[in-house]
Design a protein around this ligand. Structure first.
Ligand SMILES: *Cc1c(COP(=O)(O)O)cnc(C)c1O
Length: 223
């Protein structure tokens, strides 16, 4: 089977294409948008075709699952960049720092403290996104909007390299206002990175300034 016929390569090209079009329609450089392939729940055999097709940024939402899957794949694709996109417990901070290159779910002072200690101990500083509970939903991870300045100050003081903000907007309603709000909060805080947009809304997110989109279903199929 040639690359052109590989289903994973076809899906990857289609997603990349729609992100590039969204970027150009917003007068942005497509090269400024990082596509993270969210491979949670998928085994190594499902991930490898995307690696073969050239994809290098991958996202996982559980530390233990990533520890089981990635060391083997990474040995063969050492330039892989691993992103943690799920909630992180403070007692897993050291494991997360050892494994991940980017952490998207920094959302509370206790986690900032744990990550700061883990990074200093490991001598490894994965870049971090502060997750904002942009729809102020009771069940959702992310810091309250009002708490963001204090969380950023704590993260900076703890030595975390803060790249930007991340959000998951409320399900089943138009996400654009939430993306626009996250973009404004990042601008207010002087942060350049915006991790926002998933399979259903990544083009909208790109039009509103996303620098990182996290796409699972559109690349791997339904979980
Ligand atoms: C699962 C997940 C994604 C990917 O979602 P899809 O709808 O499958 O693209 C993105 N971000 C986070 C935080 C996730 O947990």
């Amino acid at each position: 089977m040639s690359d052109a016929e590989d289903p994973a390569a076809i899906r990857l090209a289609a997603v990349r294409d729609s992100l590039d079009r969204a970027a150009r329609s917003a007068d942005r450089d497509p090269a400024g948008i990082c596509l993270v392939a969210v491979s949670k729940t998928w085994p190594a055999e499902a991930i490898e075709p995307l690696l073969v097709a050239g994809q290098r940024h991958f996202g996982e939402n559980r530390v233990a699952e990533a520890e089981a899957k990635w060391p083997g794949l990474r040995a063969r694709y050492p330039d892989t960049v691993l992103h943690l996109v799920g909630q992180l417990q403070s007692n897993k901070a050291a494991e997360a720092v050892a494994l991940f290159d980017v952490i998207h779910s920094v959302d509370r002072p206790s986690l900032v403290t744990a990550l700061g200690k883990a990074m200093a101990a490991a001598g490894r500083w994965p870049s971090c996104y502060l997750q904002v509970n942009i729809g102020e939903e009771a069940q959702k991870g992310g810091c309250a909007i009002a708490d963001l300045p204090a969380l950023l100050a704590a993260a900076t003081a703890a030595g975390l390299p803060v790249a930007g903000l991340m959000c998951v907007p409320p399900a089943d309603i138009e996400p654009a206002p939430f993306f626009a709000l996250l973009a404004r909060l990042a601008r207010d805080q002087g942060l350049a990175g915006l991790s926002m947009g998933m399979s259903g809304d990544c083009e909208t997110a790109v039009m509103l300034g996303a620098t990182v989109v996290r796409v699972g279903t559109a690349l791997f199929g339904a979980r």
